[in-house]
Design a protein around this ligand. Structure first.
Ligand SMILES: [Zn+2]
Length: 144
């Protein structure tokens, strides 16, 4: 296929294929300028297509406990299946939900542990811990 004969400057010619029966490619053919412009606009429009997202004034979904997060996941899965949620957004929701679930579960474990420690009297105050930390700085065999 013949190359476009358009001169780009510095003696270089266009490297695109010329149109059949013409010396120029579609980008350098003045008769094709309007069509090229339309095609570029269509490309821009399809790239800028808005993702399926909720309206900006949608109230926050509660996320205070694991049941709340499970409910959000259930709703999101159904929105995704209906094409109402962008798959990339669904991926992000899935990832953030897993992080949030881990955080919520960690919090409840720490709370339960604190209650158990309080019941068993295992929680030491900082004053109770202080002599232990200073003792480790001394040489235990000093004087022998
Ligand atoms: Zn060209």
């Amino acid at each position: 296929m013949a190359k476009c004969q358009f001169k780009k400057g510095k003696g270089k010619t266009c490297s695109a294929n010329a149109q059949v029966g013409k010396a120029l490619c579609v980008f350098h053919d003045p008769g094709m300028a309007a069509k090229v412009q339309k095609a570029r606009q269509a490309g821009g429009v399809s790239r800028a297509r808005k993702v399926a997202a909720l309206a900006a004034d949608t109230p926050d979904h509660p996320l205070g406990n694991t049941q709340d997060v499970s409910a959000l996941l259930a709703v999101s899965i159904n929105q995704l299946r209906r094409g109402q949620l962008d798959p990339r957004m669904a991926n992000a929701i899935g990832y953030l939900s897993s992080v949030l679930l881990r955080s919520l579960e960690q919090g409840s474990t720490e709370e339960r542990l604190a209650k158990v420690e309080a019941i068993l009297g295992l929680v030491m105050t900082s004053q109770e811990l202080a002599p232990i930390s200073t003792a480790t700085n001394e040489t235990p065999l000093r004087g022998f």
